[in-house]
Ligand binder design. Structure first.
Ligand SMILES: *Cc1c(COP(=O)(O)O)cnc(C)c1O
Length: 363
């Protein structure tokens, strides 16, 4: 049975995005290469940059492959990376850095707190050899939205290489990559652009990619190698996920038709506001009290009625909605995403079903 995904990706896509995949394309044909070039051009525009200083590298694999591509290609033997972490995705960057043998330091706060620029400043003062800062923008673990502007300003002031995992935020909120002077921003095909899974993309400074071209520790994830090939005529180095690419191109057109990031953000905000208000009316308490982002929300298991996650999950699924288990360790919670082809009327419908579930349990 088909259902709507209230998850942070893969998420519900439009019928027209799905239909775009009904073509089997070869990878070396001009029509196809043109699509890759157009995707890269559109992503630059969404990031508020032009092709003079920045470029877009598409990378096969899920979002994590894109993050690992950046860490393994751009952090050199002389670098010391400071990783800001307040959830599973910050921790994943730590795991990658450990595996890659990078020199790194972790600045970790709790899942419901945000990394502070003031604390980062102290790290930079005490460890003068820190050359790079990496952070997650929207921490999907909790739904918290980290303070990108302040940390970006600090990185700029100190001339640090600045890496942002904007996986679950890019396309859903305006990120002025140029003004923030971000060196590498990573996102993927199946989050706020509303495509299907299959590749990640890296918006990065050309000069840094050129300068750091010898650092790559992996052939497949080599950003410079991929950039050089792709920049010629739009051909990916190795087999690209053709159907995903076609779907993503359609998704970019639909983002523009919606009125760009500005309008998509308004829709996500409206979904999220409605969800939070109505869930709170039903007695569900939000886990994140401050800095809640507009993409996904964590709720505690309610105590006022006999709640059991699995039965709740299947009850909703049978009625057309799939939600997400919680990811914050030691907290009993679940998550509801509101991104993708989801509108306030879907949230209304979800709330109606949750109210019905609650009544059933109370009876
Ligand atoms: C989705 C996501 C990723 C990538 O996860 P994959 O499972 O590899 O696609 C990374 N960071 C954040 C913040 C995410 O939301």
């Amino acid at each position: 049975m088909a259902y709507k995904l209230l998850t942070p990706g893969p998420l519900t896509t439009s019928d027209t995005v799905k239909q775009a995949m009904m073509i089997d394309h070869c990878t070396w044909d001009n029509d196809y290469k043109t699509i890759t070039l157009d995707i890269r051009k559109r992503l630059l525009a969404l990031a508020g940059v032009d092709g003079t200083d920045y470029t877009v590298v598409l990378m096969q694999g899920s979002g994590s492959f894109g993050v690992e591509a950046v860490l393994s290609s751009e952090i050199g033997p002389e670098d010391h990376l400071l990783i800001c972490s307040n959830g599973a995705y910050g921790k994943r960057m730590v795991q990658m850095s450990e595996r890659l043998g990078l020199k790194y330091t972790v600045y970790e706060v709790g899942d419901c707190e945000i990394p502070k620029a003031s604390a980062i400043k102290k790290y930079l003062e005490h460890q003068e050899d820190i050359t790079a800062i990496a952070m997650v923008h929207s921490e999907t673990t909790s739904g918290i939205l980290n303070e990108l502007e302040e940390i970006a300003a600090l990185a700029k002031e100190n001339n640090q290489l600045f890496i942002v995992d904007a996986m679950s935020s890019f396309g859903g909120i305006t990120i002025d990559v140029k003004a923030l002077d971000i060196d590498f921003l990573i996102s993927s095909s199946n989050k706020c652009i509303q495509g299907v899974p299959g590749f990640s993309f890296i918006i990065g400074k050309k000069a840094e990619i050129e300068q750091r071209k010898d650092y790559a520790r992996s052939l497949s994830l080599d950003i410079y190698g991929q950039f050089k090939e792709m920049d010629k005529d739009g051909k990916w180095r190795f087999t690209s996920p053709t159907h995903t690419v076609l779907a993503f191109h359609q998704a970019l057109i639909e983002l523009e038709e919606e009125g760009g990031i500005k309008n998509r953000n308004l829709r996500y905000l409206a979904n999220n506001q409605l969800l939070r208000t109505k869930m709170s009316d039903l007695g569900f308490e939000m886990v994140v009290k401050e800095h809640q982002g507009p993409f996904i929300t964590s709720f505690y298991y309610p105590k006022s009625f006999p709640f059991e996650f699995d039965s709740f999950y299947y009850y909703l699924k049978e009625r057309g909605f799939v939600i997400y288990p919680g990811k914050i360790s030691e907290l009993e919670c679940f998550r509801i995403g509101n991104i993708g082809e989801i509108y306030p009327e879907d949230i209304e419908e979800l709330i109606r079903i949750i109210a019905e579930y609650k009544e059933m349990l109370a009876a």
